[in-house]
Design a protein around this ligand. Structure first.
Ligand SMILES: Cc1cc2nc3c(=O)[nH]c(=O)nc-3n(C[C@H](O)[C@H](O)[C@H](O)COP(=O)(O)OP(=O)(O)OC[C@H]3O[C@@H](n4cnc5c(N)ncnc54)[C@H](O)[C@@H]3O)c2cc1C
Length: 90
């Protein structure tokens, strides 16, 4: 947790390599990371299936599809900041 802060970077992809779950930046401070790993993995697959022959387009779509999940994670981080003094800067 000390290494991941609310202004975390979401790295959706590099070239044809797509990232999901914690390696993409979706570290859930509430300890519920499985759902975001599954959701981002599903969204990556969706973007790739829709635009398989155009990786750049798939990457853009993936970034758009990830926005609600990112917003959810930001809410989680801000909530943790309100309940734990250690993370009050969040
Ligand atoms: C003790 C504990 C309890 C938890 N309890 C819950 C819970 O109750 N509910 C919940 O939702 N979440 C829980 N979590 C969090 C949850 O486990 C993670 O958020 C989730 O597993 C993240 O999924 P992921 O796919 O991003 O990463 P991971 O599940 O960590 O998968 C990454 C995989 O990549 C592999 N890997 C790493 N480097 C390489 C490489 N170079 N080449 C090939 N493979 C590689 C790793 O071996 C691993 O299998 C818990 C975590 C811990 C530690």
């Amino acid at each position: 947790m000390p290494r991941i802060r609310p202004d975390f970077n979401i790295d959706g992809s590099v070239g044809r390599v797509f990232f999901a779950g914690e390696i993409a930046g979706f570290f859930n401070p509430m300890g519920e990371g499985i759902s975001s790993a599954l959701e981002s993995g599903h969204l990556a697959a969706r973007a790739v299936c829709e635009s398989f022959s155009e990786p750049a387009v798939a990457a853009l779509k993936y970034g758009v599809y990830l926005k609600p999940l990112r917003t959810y994670m930001e809410r989680q981080w801000h909530f943790v900041g309100t309940v734990a003094k250690t993370f009050s800067e969040m």
